[in-house]
Design a protein. Structure first.
Length: 562
């Protein structure tokens, strides 16, 4: 087989000096010879493809990932395709066109023939084309969209009959025979692979919209044709063991899927809207969740403060923040830290989202007399050492929780307040007098989740003076600091962010602070006292993360001060 360099020389596209320079640079620069020459601008991609075609004696194909059906790409296992740098491109009769970086890899071709049963027709292509085809082909969101396209072009009546048969017979259909089954699974798997926390299926005109919540923000994924949206909702209801005939009242359910040995639970909620039934599914991935205090992303200062709080034998610790700020995760981490054979830990939750080994978890059920307040009364008779109440949201629960904290129990719960100081006013609003709050409260932990800057497109940026001013940051004090943002890339879907980090405002109740609570001082005075005692406010904790290069000023402004 001729060498690539000799072919390029014979065509007059490069000189001997250019070839020698490129060969010498291969040791220090990454990539194959052809890639290096293209990178240096000495040849074009098309010229490289033509030379590779001549070298291997197979056609060259310039891959357009959007033109490849992802179902074809998935004929090969992803690990095999990526390790051998090859992608299934198209199928015709009993032949499969296989794009390869090295089409002379007989072992790889033989393995693909064995796996697929197709006769393999290899073509040569460039590495970036293969990678793009695999990235798109193994993206479940793309598969879901392609499934919809396929269904639009297929006989839709047959698809609907298949679903009707499924609902009537309550049997599991083969995925190849039920397009809606494949579509629902693709939506679920896409959410898992995207790291979503929630899936929203929203009936709108003209088509149902599907959105994922990723890192706290909703992202549109696809639309579902109106004539099959009822079938999609019905399929989800079947999987979640819900009533498929009832669409005029809200329903709750739960479904579980297994993939590659992992188990992922979804909490399903439906509600009737003017356009049809809206479905929201919350992902409860027990396998990937960590409830270790040290792994939440706290700085050592905050870890020490929390450890001092949970070391107390009795009293109340409240975790505050808006919905979706990570309060439940923090509470589970506190319980995991406290979990020991010597302690009886009991929780009452609505619902129980994650199972914690060694901890007695009770599901709140108001219809059967087991709401938070009643459940807490029964738990008090169970000889508990530590009690966790999912949320304090009414007078009866608040007074019972405070009473439990005052009678020798360590109680952990959540409140909806903007900051740690607000917990005092909130408990008072719920009918607990200041004297009892001062005696029972050990500490209040306010928290937010800030989106992290995407490491793949991170770049320096000039800080916005408006945000600095709003967050009470002296511009001169940070003049030598470097601020960053995410430019937006394929890895982060153009958002500039990937993942989230928590920030905390931890208030430990000192004797002087407890006296101030008992005197009924207003929140402004309490905040001044807390700051004088060293409490780091949420905004200040957010700025620490900005200066560390982990998040942006904008994120702190909108999530903490906004």
């Amino acid at each position: 087989m001729a060498r690539l360099g000799d072919i390029l020389l014979s065509k007059g596209w490069i000189t001997s000096a250019q070839l020698d320079s490129a060969l010498a640079a291969q040791g220090s620069e990454k990539g194959l010879l052809g890639t290096l020459l293209v990178r240096r601008g000495l040849i074009s991609s098309d010229q490289l493809g033509e030379a590779l075609s001549e070298q291997y004696g197979v056609p060259y194909l310039d891959i357009v990932p959007e033109g490849i059906n992802p179902q074809v790409v998935r004929l090969l296992p992803e690990d095999l395709a990526r390790s051998r740098r090859m992608a299934a491109i198209s199928v015709s009769n009993r032949s499969l066109q296989l794009a390869m970086l090295a089409p002379d890899d007989i072992d790889a071709i033989g393995e693909v023939e064995l796996i697929t049963g197709y006769h393999i027709e290899p073509v040569v292509t460039l590495a970036q084309g293969i990678d793009a085809a695999l990235d798109r082909g193994f993206d479940d969101r793309v598969v879901a969209r392609q499934t919809v396209v396929d269904m639009k072009m297929a006989d839709l009546e047959a698809a609907e009959e298949a679903i009707d048969h499924e609902l009537a017979s309550d049997v599991t259909l083969d995925e190849d025979q039920a397009p809606v089954v494949r579509l629902v699974r693709a939506i679920l798997m896409g959410a898992i692979n995207a790291g979503s926390s929630d899936i929203h299926l929203e009936p709108h005109d003209p088509e149902m919209r599907v959105r994922y919540r990723v890192d706290g923000s909703l992202q549109s994924v696809m639309t579902i044709p109106r004539h099959i949206e009822e079938a999609v909702v019905a399929r989800i209801k079947v999987m979640a063991d819900m009533d498929t005939t009832e669409n005029r009242r809200p329903q709750d359910g739960q479904l579980t899927i297994h993939e590659a040995g992992a188990r992922v639970n979804f909490r399903v909620s439906t509600i009737p809207t003017v356009g049809g039934e809206k479905v929201v599914m919350r992902l409860l991935d027990e396998g990937s969740r960590s409830f270790h205090l040290e792994e939440l992303g706290l700085c050592q200062r905050d870890i020490d403060l929390i450890q001092n709080l949970i070391d107390k034998p009795h009293g109340m610790i409240v975790v505050t923040g808006p919905t979706g700020s990570g309060k439940s995760t923090t509470m589970y981490a506190l319980l995991s830290k406290l979990n020991a054979v010597s302690r009886n830990i009991v929780t009452v939750e609505d619902p129980v989202e994650y199972r914690l080994p060694g901890i007695n978890q009770v599901a709140s059920d108001s219809e059967h007399g087991l709401g938070f307040a009643n459940a807490l009364k029964y738990i008090m008779r169970q000889d508990p050492d530590v009690i966790m109440v999912g949320e304090i949201r009414d007078h009866e629960t608040a007074t019972t929780a405070v009473q439990a904290a005052l009678t020798g129990h360590l109680l952990i719960s959540t409140l909806h307040t903007n900051d740690s100081i607000g917990a005092v006013a909130r408990l008072n609003d719920l009918g607990v007098d200041h004297f009892k709050i001062g005696g029972a409260l050990l500490g209040s932990i306010a928290q937010r989740l800030l989106r992290s800057i995407c490491p793949h497109c991170k770049e320096p940026v000039e800080p916005n003076p408006h945000y600095l001013s709003a967050l009470r940051v002296d511009a001169k004090s940070v003049a030598d600091s470097v601020f960053y943002r995410g430019r937006g890339c394929k890895k982060c879907l153009g958002t500039g962010y990937a993942g989230r980090i928590p920030v905390y405002e931890i208030l430990s109740i000192t004797p002087s602070f407890a006296q101030a609570i008992e005197k009924g001082l207003p929140s402004t005075k309490l905040r001044q006292l807390a700051i004088s005692e060293g409490v780091v406010e949420l905004a200040s904790a957010g700025i620490e993360q900005v200066l560390a290069g982990r998040t942006t000023l904008e994120e702190v402004f909108y999530k903490v001060s906004g």
